[in-house]
Write a protein that binds this ligand. Sequence first.
Ligand code: AHR
Length: 498
Amino acid sequence: PRAHIELDRQAVIAPVRRRTFGSFVEHLGRCVYTGLYEPGHPSANDDGFRMDVVELVRELGSTTIRYPGGNFVSGFRWEDSVGPREERPVRRDLAWRSLESNQVGLDEFARWLKLTDSELMLAVNVATRGILPALDLLEYANHPSGTALSDLRVANGTPEPHNVRMWCLGNEMDGPWQTGFMTADDYGKMAARTAAAMKRADKDLELVVCGSSGSTMPTFGDWERTVLEHTYDHVDYVSCHAYYQEHDGDLGSFLASAIDMDYFIDTVVATADHVGHKKRSRKKIDVSFDEWNVWYLKEHQESEKIHDEWRHAPRLLEDTYTVADAVVVGNLLMTLLRRSDRVTSASLAQLVNVIAPIMTEPGGPAWRQTTFYPFSITSRLASGEVVRPLIEAPTYDTARYGEASVVDAVATVDEDRAAVFLVNRDLAEAARVTIDVRSFGSSRITEAVTLADSDVYAKNTLARQDRVIPAANAGAALADGLLTIELPPTSWTAVALR
Ligand code: AHR
């Protein structure tokens, strides 16, 4: 197929938001324990954090990190995870049927965030606790000193407040799997009261209320409307969560997953604006797309066997990603960028070992999954403003999402540089693409990389950690403001210009 893309420097959607490149660390499986934290590992620092993982996180270019859950947060008592480590209790985590040792908690995690240059986005347990524990955590985390809980933080070895700006009011409260899940009405009332109380302590907090756990939830749409009717004046973001996978060998639909993400965002924004109009409010609620990824959830649910053994840091949700998965991840990230007008924060779920771009082996190496590459390269190259691409490309029919463009793209442009991100969803043929970048004023290509493979199911594993890596797209050329490039079948590409 052939495609043509018009890029106009003036057709700005929104600034590139650094928070689009957020990620997520949950106390789940081996994300924390033997993932980012492993005392005794050859690369561990004095806190027990694996520096090989820190290096990879820095290379990934993730920004805001959501913590400590996820479903985990709905059974969590934050007080368990601070203070002398030897006094911290071991608890049962009902969400993942695991044991939680509490050896890593808020203060340690905040130190880890400093190593990775990341911002903390903290979730409070509104499912099985209440307003006061949320206020207590806020005091512990953010109050400078001179109160019981801020002084406790100081005594625990953290003199400076963590100054957490973004807070999630629970997690996936629409999901029957959530410990303490609620109806939209009950959750909306609870979240409104919690948010109002938290803002009484600090009016500048940025609060995220739970939206739907996916666009296929039976309550999707009505959930957002009801919850926002209660919380509109008190919150700043509504969350979206979405996971995609290939179903029954239908790779064509899977590669078009970004269409669902777009639909999801459209619907949530329309619903939020509808509630805003009803309230005659001038305020806009943004989307925090704070869980998104490829996840082989169906296989996970089918393989889930009830086990009576309560294990600490079991191997859970350790999906190994393919080239096709990386193309989808790259395309989802392009979609988030293209919706930067209203999606101003997002979190790739998750960061290490658990449906993650980074894998580790206890006592052994850490390596990059296929999905690592589109994320890290996009985070590195996207800057300035996102511009709307006009794409002329053939389409194909998908069983799940209807008509899909064979080529999808987004571009960003800054004062002295620009970048174009592309996918070719054609399973068999290369796409020849011309891109009009005259309005960018760029004179040369500084980088052109493509992720593709003759085996779209190729993966990186412990045994072959570099089986899949991006390669230079040697054919990319720029002449008279026209960029020409060939995109291999089922591929993701980035081109940087100056
Ligand atoms: O990211 C894994 C899980 O997916 C999270 O704990 C939960 O919020 C979602 O269902």
